[in-house]
Design a protein around this ligand. Structure first.
Ligand SMILES: Nc1ncnc2c1ncn2[C@@H]1O[C@H](COP(=O)(O)OP(=O)(O)OP(=O)(O)O)[C@@H](O)[C@H]1O
Ligand SMILES: [Mg+2]
Length: 264
């Protein structure tokens, strides 16, 4: 199977991007898919959430963005077999300024990925909560965009600028970029609001909304402080089960696409 690069982005903060990157990544690895998580957020939450202390690293994604290190050279194994991490660091916050005058500054990540071995089945890019240069780099280098949407008021309004950016990148920088799906996160079945937001999203975006919905689950908040994905922290939790379902949904779509492509 060709490798697939998925950006996980939403400029709104705290909607579940990093939780999704870590736990979808770990679930894909459990399904036997070689998976790389690229932490492209200066907050480095995916890095610490996978048990890596950024202050101990001599090179990380910032050096890749500056052209000082190859992407492959910074990749680390994780506690999950088949899951790898390209770690981040707060230094990454300087990228915007440092690359102000660089040519093709929105294609740096795309170039870095070209030189990476093709042995990964999936690459997930955890984006920061902004639509700046880092997110542009992620979208320019990806096949698709996965958008976590928290089940709360104004969820839909918040998507406007992200979808504008998606269209702009598609038109100018990466014509083959597609929407992998909208993922409803922190769904609380007891509240009417959660059901309303889910209903609105399905009315607007129809089958682009993943069938799998991620429930609000405290085990998902606890796992990062142990540096573990949910499947190693509490595999029986609802959070673990639903991220595994999401991974299966994504993999099975891939199979359907391949069957369609070969039968054409
Ligand atoms: N399904 C869930 N159930 C309960 N808590 C969750 C769930 N998903 C995420 N959280 C919690 O919500 C907070 C925000 O999640 P997360 O860090 O994944 O969001 P984010 O979009 O990456 O944030 P940022 O925009 O700052 O990068 C975290 O404390 C996380 O543990
Ligand atoms: Mg995050």
């Amino acid at each position: 199977m060709p490798r697939k690069i998925i950006s996980i982005s939403n400029q709104k903060g705290g909607v579940g991007k990093t939780t999704t990157a870590i736990n979808l990544g770990a679930s894909l690895a459990l399904l036997g898919k070689q998976t790389l998580i690229i932490d492209l957020d200066p907050q480095a939450n995916a890095t610490t959430g996978l048990g890596v202390d950024p202050s101990t690293l001599s090179s990380h994604i910032y050096h890749v963005m500056l052209g000082e290190a190859a992407l492959a050279s910074i990749v680390l194994p994780t506690k999950v077999g088949g899951l790898f991490l390209a770690p981040s660091h707060t230094d990454l916050v300087a990228t915007d300024v440092e690359l102000m005058d660089a040519s093709m500054r929105d294609r740096i990540m795309a170039k870095a990925l070209v030189s990476l071995d093709a042995h990964y089945d999936y690459i997930l890019v955890d984006c920061p909560p902004s639509l700046g240069l880092l997110t542009l780099n992620a979208l320019t280098s990806s096949h698709s965009l996965l958008i976590p949407v928290q089940c709360e008021y104004y969820a839909l309004e918040g998507l406007k600028s992200l979808l504008n950016t998606f269209q702009l990148v598609k038109k100018r920088l990466n014509p083959s970029l597609s929407i992998e799906g909208f993922l409803l996160t922190m769904f609380d079945a007891r509240t009417r609001l959660s059901h309303e937001v889910a209903g609105n999203m399905r009315d607007h975006f129809d089958s682009q909304v993943f069938q799998t919905v991620i429930p609000r689950n405290t085990r998902l908040c606890e796992a990062p402080s142990y540096g573990l994905p949910i499947c190693l922290y509490d595999i029986s939790s609802k959070g673990a089960q639903h991220y595994l379902m999401l991974a299966k949904e994504i993999v099975s779509r891939e199979v359907i696409h391949e069957v369609k492509a070969t039968s054409r």
